[in-house]
Design a binder for this molecule. Structure first.
Ligand code: FNR
Length: 184
């Protein structure tokens, strides 16, 4: 199985990128875990539907090339960052050529605030449902970021956070595999 991950933050010091790396550290052997980068995408404009820019074509090919997607996102102003929404539009257009439909997906995120990206995750679930992704319902993972729990390199220094990340990844691998068996 090939899992793609999308980080909703463009920051060079993103704590969500660190969380994405931590997830990479616990994926089971035999599962490929690859980043699908959204930082080079221009702002989506539907005028581009008639002649998609190469960077957006490459993005769609990257999404199409994975079996499942994990979204690791911050919360900005109680919703998802514009950069992530922008990437979702590029992947979903032109109409009838979306690369999202039917793909298993999971949502996770971290912020220093006590809600741990909960509202952004709920908004993202709404969008992913519209895009016809098969989104894992449980476990939810609203990770409150605490200094020292998570290294920039994704090293997990907190046992409770390790348990959350391992449980999340284990459940998602089972969920995504189940989806594949269902489709077979
Ligand atoms: C934030 N932050 C934030 N945090 C939160 O829990 N809820 C929120 O609604 C917001 N809103 C928000 C808006 C904007 C524009 C910024 C820049 C930040 C704080 C945010 O959680 C914190 O900056 C994280 O470090 C962002 O994640 P990355 O970029 O480090 O992965």
């Amino acid at each position: 199985m090939r899992i793609g991950y999308i980080v909703g933050s463009l920051s060079s010091t993103s704590i969500n990128r660190s969380l994405a790396k931590a997830i990479g550290g616990v994926v089971p052997a035999g599962v490929e875990y690859v980043e699908i980068n959204i930082s080079d995408l221009p702002l989506y404009n539907r005028d581009a539907d008639v002649d998609y820019p190469q960077v957006a074509r490459d993005f769609k090919v990257a999404v199409a090339g994975v079996d499942a997607v994990i979204f690791v996102t911050p919360e900005y102003s109680r919703t998802i960052p514009a950069a992530l929404k922008n990437a979702l539009e590029w992947g979903g257009r032109p109409w009838g050529t979306s690369v999202w439909g039917g793909k298993p997906a999971a949502v996770i995120g971290t912020s220093p605030g006590s809600v741990g990206t909960a509202m952004a995750q709920q908004h993202l679930r709404n969008v992913l449902a519209h895009l016809d992704m098969q989104v894992m319902g449980q476990p939810e993972a609203f990770v409150q970021y605490r200094d020292g729990d998570l290294g920039e390199d994704g090293s997990l220094q907190s046992e409770s956070l390790r348990a959350i990340v391992e449980g999340f990844v284990g459940s998602f691998c089972a969920f995504a595999g189940f989806q594949e068996r269902q489709a077979a």
